[in-house]
Every structure is written in C-alpha cells, then in structure tokens.
Design a protein around this ligand. Sequence first.
Ligand code: PMP
Length: 431
Amino acid sequence: MTTPQKLDFDRFFSEVSKRRRPCAIRQSVATLAKSSPTIISFGPGMPNPSTFPFESIDVKIKNGSTVKIEGEELAKALQYSKSGGIEELKEWLQKIQKRYHEPPLMNKHSEVEFDLYVSVGSQDGLAQTLDMLLSPGDNILIDDPVFSGTLGFLKPLPIHLIPVETDEFGMKACRLKEIMQTWNIEQESKLPKVIYTIPNCSNPTGATASTERKKEIYKIAQEYDLVIVEDDPYYFLQYGDDIASSYQALDTDGRVLRSDSMSKVLSAGIRLGWVSGAKPFIQKLILNQEVTTQHNSTLIQMIVLKLLEQWKFVGFQNHLTDIKKFYKSQRDAIISSANKWLTGLAEWNVPEGGMFLWLKLFGIDDTKELVQRGIIEKEIVMIPGSAFNVEDNTKSSFCRLSFSLISPENIEEGIQRLSNLVREELHNNNK
Ligand code: PMP
C-alpha cells in the first residue's frame, strides 16, 4: 500500500461547485423539527402523502417472494427524502463497497473519511462528479476510445479533452506519464487535474485493467496530484472470480471518485447508481444534488433496500453469479462465431466481462460506411469505432458489437453476415 498523500480538496472544485453552500434555513428547520416531539412545524414545504392515490405496492421477485411497501413505509417512499439517499440504503451500499473493495478510506486510521451518495443512475453521478471538478479551460485526461455518453456530456463543455491511448488493459500508464511529463504549461495551459477511466469490461473496448496497471496509474496520479474518476458499471459483470483490485481499493489519499451502478445488476430503468470516495467530495456532490435532481426516487430506493434486506448478501451474490453466467455464455457464443467466421478478417481481445466485443477489421481504414452498408445490405447493426474516439472527425478500423440481447442463433447468423460484408468490401476495394 502507498503512503497516503494529503489532498487539498478545494483545489479540485470547479468555480461553480466552490460556490455551492449548504442551505442554512433547510438545515435549521430539519434540526428543529427533530428536536422535540411536541413541536408544531410550519416549516417543510412537502405535499401531504394522504392525498396520493397509492394504497400499497407489491413487487413480485422472480424467486417467488414479494417486496411489499405499505402504511408508514409507503408514506415515506412516496415523499421527498434526504439528498444523498435514504440512510438504510446508504448503509447497504457502504457494506457492498466494504465487501468488494475494502477502501483504505474506510480504515479507522484513515485521515480522510469515506462517504457515498445515491445518484440517478451512474450517468447522473458521473455528470455531477465531472461538473464538480471541471471549470472552463480545464484539461481532462480520458481513455481513448471511450463511452460515448461521457463524450456527449464533456464535449460541449468549454474544456479540453486529452485522449490517453488504451490497450487490452485499459488506459496506458506509459502514455499518461508521457503526457504529464511533457506538458507545456505555456502552450497547453493549466495542468490536468482529472483522469476519467473505465477500468473494467470497458464500453466500448471490453478492456479490463490489471491491478498492476491500476497501481501504475495511481502512482502517476499521486505524482501529479490528479483525481481519478473510476466509472465502473460493469464491475459486477466480470465473469471470473479472480478479479483485479479497483482504484478505490488502492486509494489511500481520497483521490478516487468511484461510480457504481445497479443498471446491469437489478435494472437499467430504475436509474440507481452511487458515487463513493472522500467525504469532502461526496458532501459537495450532495449539495449539487440538492439543487438538481434532489434525490433518486425514494420509492425506487425503498424497493432496492427491501430487496437487499430480503436477499441478504448471499442472495445478492447468487444473483450476481446468475448474471455472470448469462453474459459469459453470450460472450462464449460470440467468440465461437467470430472464430468461425472472422478469422483472417478481423482481430479481437476476448472480453473477461461485460457485454462488448471490440473488433478490428483488417484492411478497413474506417468502419463508418461499412456499418451503414451493414444495416442496409445485411440487416446487421454495429457501432462504428469512430463514435467513441475522443477527437472529432477521426477514423477507426474498429466496431463495437454488443452481445447482451441477441440469442446465440442470431449471434451466429449476424457474425456470418458480417463476415460476408467484410469479404465483399475487401473484394470491392481490391478491384
Ligand atoms: N458508464 C459507462 C461506461 C456505461 O457503459 C454506461 C451505460 N451504458 C454508463 C456509464 C451509464 O450507466 P447508468 O445506466 O448507470 O447510468
């Protein structure tokens, strides 16, 4: 473990987030309301839950049990709740972080306290996190290629995106080091303060970073005083048991902000994620949440909480085992089809988790037009690699194939069609 370095948290806050302050009235009203059972409070501007039409909510779980919410609990679930998340769910999520990551910040000797908050899906948590960290003119170091949702959020901001090359282990530490070592403050302005990376089963490349790679990157982050935004929604979709440590597991300083998600575990539509890391960061994020989404749906938080309470850890683990089994068999199907139909036409790394195959097509400079032709001529849909390039108007000989929703038969059929498409393209190009 590394020697902890002291962080000046203020240095990382954007101009706007520096100006975010707790609402004094809200705090004093909340404290007063709790101070005595006889108090008559004209304070809170909340609707009366007796006017809501819902009587009770039953959610049937596939294992045959039911999550039931009624009475006082229902009134609570239908009401505004505390920004940051309902306490009992936060406690559960803390237990999950402890179990899977053992964050050094949770150690009682840590100088920096650990904290987390519940976001409206990880995309929201990431957007709020990046918003908290970036001011106009800032530079952010980012995996290249990278999740298009992150690009969609970052690109319109008045900041600079510094692409850092990736390989089958994600962000390349040597490239990151080189960028930082050769940074020219006069020409390129402010030194970057933030790294954004997808460490596991990356979208789009499927790459997973080893513990060794993460240690190298963490060391560079310490050397240049960088915060690492660890976007890890595929963490629970790693098929094997022997998985690498997360950045959070290495973080002695409080410089890692980790984003988790229930989207691939419980449901994408429930929109539940959480960001965890050093308390000063998380408290600022909660202030931001207070004035934006306010909180994740209390009802959804309650359903997830009750499900976790019913399942206990063992049920959660069993569920993860089932999900991993499903995605692994999908992965095996696409790899076996690719071996059969694409050998000699393309290359790929076998993803160790997640739902993406990242194919490099031989002899094709840019896959954009090919992907268009694939839709029209062969009725197959893929995403061209250039959609994930950090820099605009750049080419890519890759394409991303998602294998989450297709039956093994259709995987085989689709890959065969792709093989024909590539063969025809190469034939036409050689004419
Ligand atoms: N980050 C990455 C890398 C993703 O692939 C996704 C989902 N496609 C998200 C974040 C957003 O996930 P969520 O549904 O939790 O908002």
